[in-house]
Design a protein around this ligand. Structure first.
Ligand code: ADP
Ligand code: MN
Ligand code: MN
Ligand code: MN
Length: 366
């Protein structure tokens, strides 16, 4: 089977003629939501008579939940509630992308809509001014499911020169990384960097710092943009935390700070938060991938720059610990810390909610 899709091979200069047609006052708005798998994204587009100036100008909509594993066919309508608007880097201004929450027919959050409860928790701890930054690792695959550009049989050269590497023999698929970066900047997604990862065809982008609920919103839209860019190039991106046995897996390191941690002497608050996380290790592992820890079990082995899933550990500059305090933060005695446990396919709403509850909600509220 081919590794690049037929769609990617269609004539793109013909496409360009249509894409450059004027569209008058009308505006295309693409609604994006999380489907019943809790990992997949869906989208559909409608025309509005004029450009929405803010999220309030975008009407609710609905879709067939029986086709996304979210409802029965006999009562299938699900509501799309717009929550965050971005510019559309594919059809360009004035067109929009809008991230939505999903409500069922009784207007109750769908099972895989974890944003509602995350937002409620973030609202309670507002005075801490929590900042998050997430490092999304992912692996490029051909549409045949094989790691992109790997030999059809066998393996590329062993790990060593791929991390932050360059050159045709080390960097596989950089076009996608660069186009995705530009697409995020245009859209208004708070992407703050990218790098090539340890396994060839594995890459990372970072989003942040984002305050509270923004973290999940921006990471989900960044993922949407990645899948769309990959579609244009005819390949796919997987968030599987361990796509190839015996090679580095893919995580979604989550960095956290509060206003106290960022202030002079904040390291003591970082250490307090780490002790709270230590006690709740098992509960956190359950929410750090969409399958209760099953996906992460393949990744958190204690090898390949990970901690063992059974144990909690923390250390300065320690990439085999559950929690890493960056060296600079230890020197400055203030800053942020990194939870290295979340899997690449984690739900950022679940991860940021769990960390916030454990570290920042008073125990009587928790
Ligand atoms: P690493 O050395 O772990 O690979 P990266 O540079 O890939 O680090 O990612 C660092 C992440 O930390 C980014 O997502 C960034 O937004 C986030 N970050 C930086 N400063 C803070 C802070 N004060 N609070 C929370 N997150 C932060
Ligand atoms: Mn990183
Ligand atoms: Mn990384
Ligand atoms: Mn990291």
């Amino acid at each position: 089977m081919e590794s690049v899709s037929q769609s990617a091979l269609l004539n793109k200069s013909v496409r360009q003629q249509y894409m450059s047609l004027p569209q008058g006052q009308q505006c295309q708005v693409t609604y994006i939501w999380i489907d019943g798998s809790g990992e997949g994204l869906r989208n559909k587009t409608r025309t509005l008579d004029e450009e929405p100036k803010s999220i309030e100008d975008i009407p609710e909509w609905n879709y067939d939940g029986s086709s996304t594993d979210q409802a029965e066919g006999s009562n299938s309508d699900m509501y799309l509630i717009p929550v965050k608007m971005f510019r559309d880097p594919f059809t360009l201004d004035p067109n929009k992308l809008v991230l939505c929450e999903v409500l069922n027919c009784d207007r109750i959050p769908a099972k895989t809509n974890l944003r509602t409860s995350c937002k409620a928790v973030m609202d309670v701890v507002k005075e801490h001014c929590l900042w998050f930054g997430m490092e999304q690792e992912y692996t490029l695959l051909g549409i045949n499911g094989h790691p992109f550009s790997w030999p059809p049989n066998g393996y590329p050269e062993p790990q060593g020169l791929y991390y932050c590497g360059l050159g045709a023999e080390h960097a596989y698929g950089r076009d996608i990384v660069e186009c995705h970066y530009k697409a995020c900047l245009y859209a208004g997604v708070k992407i703050c960097g990218t790098n090539a990862e340890v396994m060839p065809s594995q890459w990372e982008f970072q989003v942040g710092p984002c305050e509270g609920i923004e973290m999940g919103d921006h990471l989900w839209v960044a993922r949407f943009l990645l899948h769309r860019v990959c579609e244009d190039f005819g390949v796919t991106a997987t968030m599987d935390p361990k796509p190839v046995e015996d090679w580095n897996g893919a995580g979604c390191h989550t960095n956290i700070s509060s206003n106290q941690m960022r202030d002079e002497g904040g390291l003591q608050y970082i250490n307090q938060a780490i002790e709270k996380l230590r006690i709740k290790h098992k509960e956190h592992i359950v929410v750090y991938d969409p399958h209760g820890g099953e996906d992460n079990k393949r990744r958190l082995t204690g090898l390949h720059e990970t901690s063992n899933i059974q144990n909690f550990s923390a250390g300065v500059a320690d990439r085999s610990a559950s929690i890493r305090i960056p060296r600079q933060v230890d020197q400055d005695k203030k800053g942020y810390f990194e939870d290295r446990r979340p899997a690449a396919n984690c739900n950022p709403y679940a991860v940021t909610e769990a960390i916030t509850k454990t570290c920042f909600l008073d125990s009587e509220e928790n």
